[in-house]
Structures are given as C-alpha cells and as structure tokens.
Design a protein around this ligand. Structure first.
Ligand code: PMP
Length: 356
C-alpha cells in the first residue's frame, strides 16, 4: 500500500533521491566503490559538495556578499555558532521567542552575552507570530525563527531591522522565495527541505565575520568553512550527496518559485478542510499559519482511536502532533505530493461522515 508520510523531519524526500542514494551506496559513479567508503577529498566527492553549494546559491539567488557553507551538528550546533560568530565580547543580541527551537537558540546565545527577548508568543503556547515590536539599534543582531515546526506558525513578513537579521529557517528553507540580501545569516538543519539528516547549511554575509573579538574554535568559525569550501574536516559524503540530489530535483521542478505555488496549494487544501470540518480545530492563529506544518486537534478526544484507524487504513503515517501541542500535525515539505494532502482530506471527510 502507498504510504503518505507527513513526518515533521526527517521527512519525505523525492523517490529519485532515495534511488540514487541507494545506488551510490553500492557503487558510486561506476567507480566500483561505495559512496560510504571513499575519501571526502576524492575528486567526485568534492564535486558533490561543490555542486550542492552552487545549487543553494542558484536556487536561493544568494548574492555575492554572502557565502554558503555546510557543517554537521544540525541546526542545534548553529545556535551557539551564531553567537560565537556574531555576538561581540560584552555585546548584546535581540531574539524573537516564537517556539521551542527559538527558546533553545536563546538558551545557547545567553552563554555568550546579554540577550534581549524583543518579542514572544509564549503567553499563548506559541500559537501566533508577534508583530509590531521594536528591534533595538544597540544589539549585534536580531534572531528569529521563520517557521515554528512544533507550533505550526510561520513568519509571513520579516520585520524591518536596524541590525543584521539572523534566521533559523530549518523547517521552511527553499519552500518559498526569500530575499537573502536582507539577512545577515540564514541557517537550517538539512533534514526537511534540504535533504537527509547529517548536515546543516549556513548562508552568511561575509563582511559580518571576524568582528566579535572571540577566540572561536576552528570548527565553529563560519569563516573556516567558507575558506575551506566546507572541507575543513571529514564531511558526511552520503548526506551531502542526498542534499545535492534533492536540490537537483527541486531545480527540475522549476525551483523555489514553482514549488512555492504547490506548497501554497497543499496548505490551502488542508486548512480549508480543517476549517470546514466540524470535528477539528486548527491550533495556530489563522494569519500566522505555517505552509509547512499544519497543526490541529480533535474537538472530541474520545474519537482519537477512530480517526487514527482511518488514517492507518489510508496509509497516512506520522501525523501525530508534537507533545507540546498534542493533536495532529500535517507536515507538508517540498517533496510531499499534493496527492498525499488530498488523501488526508478524504480521510477527514470520511471521519466526519461517520462521526460528525
Ligand atoms: N530549528 C527548527 C525550526 C527545527 O524545526 C529544528 C528541528 N526540527 C531545529 C531547529 C533543530 O534541528 P537539529 O535537529 O538539526 O538540531
């Protein structure tokens, strides 16, 4: 039976990516060697990471002022890395607190200096995006999270900022058009729209670096990875190969603009059903709803077993909400076809016919 995978990440990737990765595990580029047993410095491995970087630049229209690098440690290692690279000794930074991951980013940055929380939606369990807040001029940067994976909210319009904006785009990078020139730094764990788990991407405005006065460990210095073209040390060749393949797939789909249209259609389809169907309620404020993660709850928890059974019969998997929100979460990253969303909507309709 066909499975419809709504996992929040790691998540569905295009089938062709899995097929090519599987083949490369057996025999990479007809070399007689597996991609898992070769040096990251072999010519065809270097080509992989160079192509992946070039594709990020191409698909996101990264300007000359910025550079793209891959590191390990996921988005979580970028939390302290941001502060190491941009928060001056004795300096201050401003953060928007819009969810669990923003909280974690704040926690790590606090080790490095004074953190001012200039906006927060904690009062309503992060079900909205704060607006009309002021970003101070005396901070080194302002940090926000573009898409709050757990709570299903997404920034639709980034604030005007007097200081560089640093953004955790882990769960919506490459899903919609972004003007990279407006950001001092963007970072993301790979395991949603970039590719498989195992790397993080950072897109960094080069002239912001080298100004903190800090003694940064080499690995955590973005400049190291820029200078070494992401080959400072052994990088995960299979994971970056997956990123490269996934980005090639995205380019073949027509790039970010084309996929954004489909993402909008998928989100509109599922939210329309959540709002129409009498048995469910969306948990995020309507205007702040995420196009990547739609969070909703059953109005009557008693029916959970019945709904879960219908989901199972239809092959819908990984729809459970995060424990901090409960209910359900439909994650609709780039590789999830519209067809899967339509199957979910059908199940919701059938559920209403039976129990509404
Ligand atoms: N930020 C956001 C918005 C996320 O969704 C996640 C993970 N789901 C993270 C950070 C943490 O990513 P990682 O597991 O790569 O450290």
């Amino acid at each position: 039976m066909k499975v419809h995978n709504f996992s929040a990440g790691p998540c569905i990737l295009p089938q062709v990516v899995f097929e090519k990765m599987a083949q490369a595990c057996l025999d990479f580029n007809n070399s007689g060697t597996s991609i898992l047993e070769i040096s990251h410095r072999r010519k065809d491995a270097v080509e992989v990471i160079d192509t992946a970087r070039a594709l990020v630049k191409d698909l996101m229209n990264v300007p000359e002022t910025h550079d793209v690098l891959f590191m390990q440690g996921g988005a979580s290692l970028q939390f302290p890395t941001v502060a190491y690279n941009l928060l001056k000794e004795g300096g201050k930074a401003a953060y928007a607190q819009t969810g669990k991951w923003a909280e974690n980013a704040i926690k790590e940055a606090k080790r490095f200096g004074e953190i001012e929380i200039v906006a927060s939606s904690k009062d309503k369990n992060y079900n909205y995006i704060p607006k009309n807040y002021t970003i101070p001029t005396d901070v080194d940067y302002f940090h926000c999270t573009s898409n709050n994976t757990i709570f299903g909210t997404q920034i639709k319009e980034f604030p005007n900022s007097p200081v560089p904006v640093v953004c955790d785009m882990s769960s919506d990078i490459l899903s919609r058009k972004i003007d990279v020139s407006k950001f001092g730094a963007i970072y993301a764990g790979a395991q949603k729209n970039m590719g498989p788990a195992g790397s993080a991407v950072a897109i960094v405005q080069k002239d912001l670096l080298g100004k903190t006065g800090r003694n940064i460990p080499d690995y955590l210095n973005w400049d190291t990875h820029i200078k070494k073209e992401s080959s400072f040390n052994t990088w995960p060749v299979i994971a970056i190969y997956g990123v490269m393949l996934n980005l090639q797939w995205l380019k073949e789909q027509g790039g970010v603009e084309a996929i954004a249209k489909i993402n909008t259609e998928k989100a509109e389809t599922v939210y329309a059903e959540i709002d129409r169907n009498g048995l469910f309620t969306g948990t995020a404020e309507t205007e702040d709803r995420s196009q990547m993660n739609a969070t909703f709850v059953l109005n009557n928890e008693i029916l959970k077993t019945e709904f879960d059974e219908l989901l199972k019969e239809a092959g819908v998997v990984s729809l459970a909400g995060h424990r901090d929100v409960g209910g359900y979460r439909a994650s609709m990253y780039n590789a999830l076809p519209l067809e899967s969303v339509q199957v979910l909507v059908e199940v919701m309709k059938r559920f209403e016919q039976k129990f509404g």
